[in-house]
Structure formats: structure tokens, C-alpha cells
Design a protein around this ligand. Structure first.
Ligand code: ATP
Ligand code: MG
Length: 567
């Protein structure tokens, strides 16, 4: 490819609406163009990377015995009504009507369609198991599309679905997919960690997320892990043992005290001169339009997904001050679980409250708290709190560490969550109809490209892993008008092309500095500069990753390319 012909445009500056480094670099290096929020054109450079990732995915999925198909992106409401998700899938599902007034949607995922296709095709247990996948566009009307391709509204996903006659067989396939995923990401140059996760809207019980761990702040998930025993879990699923499990406020009797202007835990702790972990905090929310109250230890925070699961809700928001008066008959900042009408308000107690004695509690009256309170005996506790760094591993009690992670893949055991409501059955050995036992397995193809950049970049630009680099080699003649330089550069170019090494020649009549900058920004793994030293028969060979520069003859440079690229 001649650089002068490459359909792209590098920018001098970073775009100012981008936060994530991958987003900034993808735009600035000419990989993507924004059409509107969360929707991008993949320019030729990006498309080459996506094809490479997709091909790795294909090779590994095929080797694991899965078969590729391609399902419709625009889908009728009926299949979604059949599974029951038409009603419960939130606004991420973009709904529309066709010209006949039929309700349709843009596919955010394909469980419904694959389940009906399989039910239509497979009758007997003899035809199972089967694992089917596709690589395709998805649309999710994300509330906060941000970070470029990390969280787009339109994005590319590989999604696979497996169908089984038993839980054991699903377990077996789940293991096969787990290995396949590790291989896929490794071949893309990415180390991943499989962490236990929440299954969210997709449902099911067992699931793991494949995270690329990055310390850059852009990953949206905190991953807690233990170096000692290997435990790792996403923040929405992690448990911990608290360093201080039991707390005693030290108040010997229960009484109501004046606590003026102490609406926050900090203010109250300071006023009473006690630790926050001796205060029982109340978090009042409206979840799916119903009021709920969460009681949690003062030094702990609520974890969003855990709370939604505990409430069986799709979304929640904090109560307004007026709603606190209306639903709880209480005063904002002074809320107690006591005297709440539990037929109208769901009250949850977080695990962290379990070890509290003689604590401080709101009195449901402005500027008043109760000191020396204790919980009644028969309370059921739930886990709705966010784990914090420094808390202990639930398995081996060593301190947990936290890092940011980008979820590039996800595997789920769905069981019969879709087959049952959709009445998708096979006939077993005894002639009986049974719902399929299912698994599903996703990989964000476009997100993986962005995650690779998050992981591999420096101050000058992207540093592509060889396996997914858009091109391997960038040949830069310092002065294209110099006959010798131009001749050697083109000879090298032809030779590398012959060897099927993907090469760009920067034939632009630009200053060398401009070409070098673009070369580093785009992230070619190898740059070969043909400049003045060609009079001594030498070119400059530069490895992007290490910055190492060596002088070689053109023939040696070709060999060195082969050597590096075959590794
Ligand atoms: P998230 O929790 O990040 O919203 P998810 O768990 O809802 O993602 P899945 O349904 O598990 O996503 O989809 C499988 C894979 O698709 C994810 O692991 C991720 O790599 C990718 N993916 C999901 N949503 C997006 C998005 N908005 N933009 C880009 N890739 C996405
Ligand atoms: Mg997921």
C-alpha cells in the first residue's frame, strides 16, 4: 500500500471530546470517524485490524467445533415477546416500526433468534450438542456511549450459543470455551483474566468475564483479585471479609440524641466522635418506581448491580427529599428502618450490618439520631455492598487488590432461561420433549481492538501487537525524490510484498519528520528508513515496541522482518 493512496487522515491534535486513550488514538491515527454519538465508521486501517481479530476468533472457534452462521440484525418483536424480554429489556433495545406497523428492533444480542432457529432445525437428542456463532453488528442504545469503541452504541461482536441435553455436557462445553477464549486473546497479544461476574440482563447462574487488566483509568470495571489464591471477581460480584468485622458503638443504653446539621456520615461521625463503621447508614431509592431502603454500615457503599439483583429491579435512582418524606415519613439525612411500612417499602440489610452492636441510627426526625441501637434477631442479610481495596479475600483472607479491567469477552451458562419460555425442545432417548440446556459466549471484536490500544501505546502513538497490526512494515524513504533512496525503498517494498509481509511505503513528498510521526502514531511494528546511509549500503531498521534501531543492508532488513514476524 502506498501511503499517498491510503484512505486515512492523521490529525495533529487529539480530538477534544475523547477521554480514553484508545478513543483519542483511534481518531487521531485515522482508524475511525465518528458519525454520531457511539456510532463510528471503521476506516481501512481499523477494518484490517478487525478482520485480523475476527479471523483469529474464527480459527479458534472452528477448531473448538463451533460452526459459523449469520443471523438477522433487524428482528420482529414476536421472538422477544416469546422469551419475555420485550417487556424487560430497557431502553438499550432500540425499537421501531416497519411500514406495516409491525414492531421491530435492532439486535443487541441474539439469544431469541438462535433459540428459534435451533428449535426449528433440531428435533432429536442425537443432533446435540451444537455450538453456533456469528460475527456481526449489534446495537445497544447505551445510556452513556463513551470511550469510543470501548462502549459504542453500534459495535461488532462475536456471539456463540451452545445447546445441550445435560448440565454436564454444558459444563464440558463451558470449559472448552473458556480455553478457547484464553487462546483467542493470547493470539491477539492480550493477557486476560477470567473473573466471576454477574449475568445481568442475559440471566443464568455461572458466568465469567474475560478482562484485559489495565491500570489506565478508562476500564469501566474494577476487578478485585487475590495474588495468594487466584480469586478474582468483578466489582459487581466480588465478596470480601471486612478487616473489622464487628463494631461496637460503646453506647450502653439506647436513647435519642440531638445531632444538629449532621446529614452526612462524615458530619455525624465527627459530631459524635465515633467511627463511621459504628453508624448504620440508610440509602433510600426508587427502584422500578417502587420505594426501597437499604441499611448498610456507615463506611460501606452500595454496589449498583448487586442492589438491582437483590431488588429484582432493572433500574434505580436515589429518592428525592420529598419522596423521603412521602414514602418513609422520615427526614433526609436522619432515616431509620424502624417505623417503616414494609408492605409499601422494601427494606434490605447489607451483610456489613451483621456485626454491628450499640450503633448509631437515624431517628426519622430532623436533627436527631438514636445511639446505642441494636438490630432485632431474625434479620436476613443480603450482599449489596461494594468491595474496597484492602478488604480480605473471601477464600484465603489475604488482602484483596484492585485493578481496572476492560471486559473483552463473556461466557454464560444460560440453562433453560430461553428454551423454556420459548418452548424450544428436543426429543430425548425416551421420546420425551425437553428444553435445551444452553450456554452463550460473547467477544467484543471492536472493543478488543480498543482494549489492545489501551494496553499497548506510548507517548507517540499505538504499538500494535504483530498479530493484529493493520500493516507490519512501514518503509520510509527520507527523500522520495532522491533516486537511489526511492529505488532501494521500492525494491524493498516489492520484496516484502512478495513474501506476503504487509507493507506500506511512505511515498509522500513530505518531510521525514512528518512521516516518522505518522509511522509511530499508526503503530507499525517495524519501520525501515531509507536515507543517506544508503550510500554505505545500509538502511535503518526500527522496532516500534522497543525503540531499538539497527543499521542493516536491505537484504538483512528483509530477513529481520521475517524473523520478527514469524514469532
Ligand atoms: P458491558 O457490561 O460492558 O455493558 P455486557 O456485559 O452487557 O457489556 P455482553 O452482553 O456480555 O456485554 O456482550 C459480550 C461482549 O460484547 C462484551 O464482553 C463486550 O466485549 C462487548 N460489548 C458489550 N457492549 C459493548 C459496547 N457497548 N460497545 C462495545 N463492545 C461491547
Ligand atoms: Mg458481559
Amino acid at each position: 500500500m502506498k501511503m499517498s493512496k491510503l484512505f486515512t487522515q492523521t490529525l495533529r491534535e487529539f480530538p477534544n471530546d475523547a477521554e480514553a486513550i484508545s478513543h483519542k488514538l483511534l481518531i487521531r491515527a485515522g482508524f475511525i470517524k465518528k458519525l454520531t454519538n457511539g456510532i463510528y465508521t471503521y476506516m481501512p486501517l481499523a477494518q484490517r485490524v478487525l478482520v485480523k481479530i475476527s479471523n483469529i476468533v474464527r480459527e479458534e472457534m472452528n477448531a473448538a467445533g463451533a460452526q459459523e452462521l449469520l443471523m438477522p440484525f433487524v428482528q420482529p418483536a414476536e421472538v422477544w415477546q416469546k422469551s419475555g424480554r420485550w417487556q424487560v429489556y430497557g431502553k438499550e433495545l432500540l425499537r421501531c416500526k416497519d411500514r406495516h406497523d409491525n414492531e421491530m428492533c435492532l439486535a443487541p444480542t441474539h439469544e431469541e433468534v438462535i433459540t428459534s432457529v435451533v428449535a426449528d432445525t433440531i428435533n432429536s437428542y442425537k443432533q446435540l450438542p451444537v455450538n453456533l456463532y456469528q460475527i456481526q453488528t449489534k446495537f445497544r442504545d447505551e445510556i452513556r456511549p463513551r470511550f469510543g469503541l470501548l462502549r459504542g452504541r453500534e459495535f461488532i461482536m462475536k456471539d456463540a450459543y451452545s445447546f445441550h441435553t445435560s448440565q454436564e455436557d454444558l459444563n464440558r462445553e463451558y470449559e472448552v470455551m473458556a480455553k478457547t477464549y484464553t487462546n483467542i486473546f493470547k493470539r491477539c497479544g492480550l493477557d486476560t483474566r477470567a473473573v466471576q461476574s454477574d449475568s445481568g440482563a442475559i440471566g443464568g447462574n455461572v458466568s465469567h468475564e474475560y478482562m484485559v487488566l489495565t491500570d489506565t483509568a478508562v476500564g469501566e470495571n474494577d476487578v478485585f483479585y487475590c495474588d495468594e489464591c487466584g480469586y478474582s471477581a468483578n466489582s459487581n460480584h466480588a465478596n470480601s471479609i471486612l478487616p473489622v468485622e464487628e463494631t461496637d458503638g460503646g453506647y450502653t443504653e439506647e436513647k435519642i440524641v440531638d445531632t444538629p446539621n449532621t446529614k452526612t456520615i462524615e458530619e455525624l461521625a465527627k459530631f459524635l466522635n465515633i467511627d463511621a463503621n459504628c453508624i448504620l447508614k440508610a440509602v433510600a431509592v426508587i427502584a422500578d418506581s417502587k420505594p426501597a431502603l437499604i441499611m448498610i454500615r456507615g463506611d460501606k457503599e452500595v454496589e449498583e448491580t448487586k442492589l438491582l439483583n437483590a431488588l429484582g429491579a432493572l433500574e434505580y435512582r436515589p429518592m428525592t427529599d420529598d419522596e423521603i418524606v412521602e414514602h418513609l415519613n422520615s427526614s433526609p439525612g436522619f432515616i431509620s428502618y424502624r417505623d417503616i411500612d414494609t408492605s409499601k417499602v422494601k427494606v434490605l440489610f447489607d451483610n456489613s450490618a451483621k456485626g454491628m452492636k450499640n450503633f448509631v441510627l437515624g431517628a426519622n426526625v430532623k436533627d436527631k439520631h438514636i445511639t446505642g441501637a441494636n438490630l432485632p434477631q431474625n434479620i436476613e442479610f443480603v450482599d449489596v455492598s461494594l468491595v474496597k481495596e484492602g478488604e480480605y479475600c473471601p477464600h484465603c483472607k489475604k488482602p484483596l487488590k484492585v485493578t481496572r479491567g476492560i471486559e473483552v469477552g463473556n461466557i454464560f451458562q444460560l440453562g433453560t432461561k430461553y428454551s423454556e419460555p420459548m418452548n424450544a425442545c428436543y426429543t430425548d432417548e425416551n421420546g420425551q420433549l425437553k428444553p435445551y440446556i444452553m450456554g452463550c459466549y460473547g467477544i467484543g471484536i471492536s472493543r478488543t481492538m480498543a482494549a489492545a490500544i489501551e494496553k499497548y501505546h506510548d507517548d507517540f502513538g499505538i504499538v500494535w501487537p504483530v498479530a493484529i497490526a493493520p500493516y507490519h512494515v512501514d518503509i520510509v524513504p527520507v527523500n522520495i525524490e532522491d533516486e537511489t533512496q526511492s529505488k532501494v525503498a521500492y525494491e524493498l517494498y516489492d520484496k516484502l510484498n512478495e513474501l506476503k509481509i504487509e507493507t506500506v511505503i511512505d511515498d509522500r513528498n513530505d518531510r521525514a519528520g512528518v512521516k516518522f510521526k505518522d509511522s509511530e502514531l499508526i503503530g507499525f511494528p517495524i519501520r525501515i528508513t531509507v536515507g543517506k546511509t544508503i550510500s554505505e549500503g545500509l538502511v535503518e531498521f526500527k522496532i516500534r515496541k522497543t525503540g531499538e534501531v539497527i543499521k542493516l543492508t536491505p537484504d538483512e532488513a528483509v530477513k529481520k522482518c521475517q524473523e520478527i514476524l514469524s514469532n
